[in-house]
Design a binder for this molecule. Structure first.
Ligand code: SF4
Ligand code: SF4
Length: 56
């Protein structure tokens, strides 16, 4: 299991510093989560203004 950032992402960057395992980075069009590193803590979803990170 890992969180995935959906297309609703507006690339605000708020989630990146919140991730305890540094799994989030800016992608080509939206921010992306490295699935192998994500520990499903939900911190990114808690700060996202558009609910883009979703548990898969
Ligand atoms: Fe990082 Fe937690 Fe979001 Fe996974 S759920 S990307 S570990 S902040
Ligand atoms: Fe995208 Fe939400 Fe992260 Fe902002 S906080 S970069 S909108 S996923």
């Amino acid at each position: 299991m890992a969180y995935v950032i959906k297309d609703a992402c507006i690339s605000c960057g708020a989630c990146e510093p919140e991730c305890p395992v540094n799994a989030i980075s800016a992608g080509d069009s939206i921010y992306v989560i490295e699935a192998a590193s994500c520990i499903d803590c939900g911190a990114c979803a808690n700060v996202c203004p558009v609910d883009a990170p979703q548990p898969e």
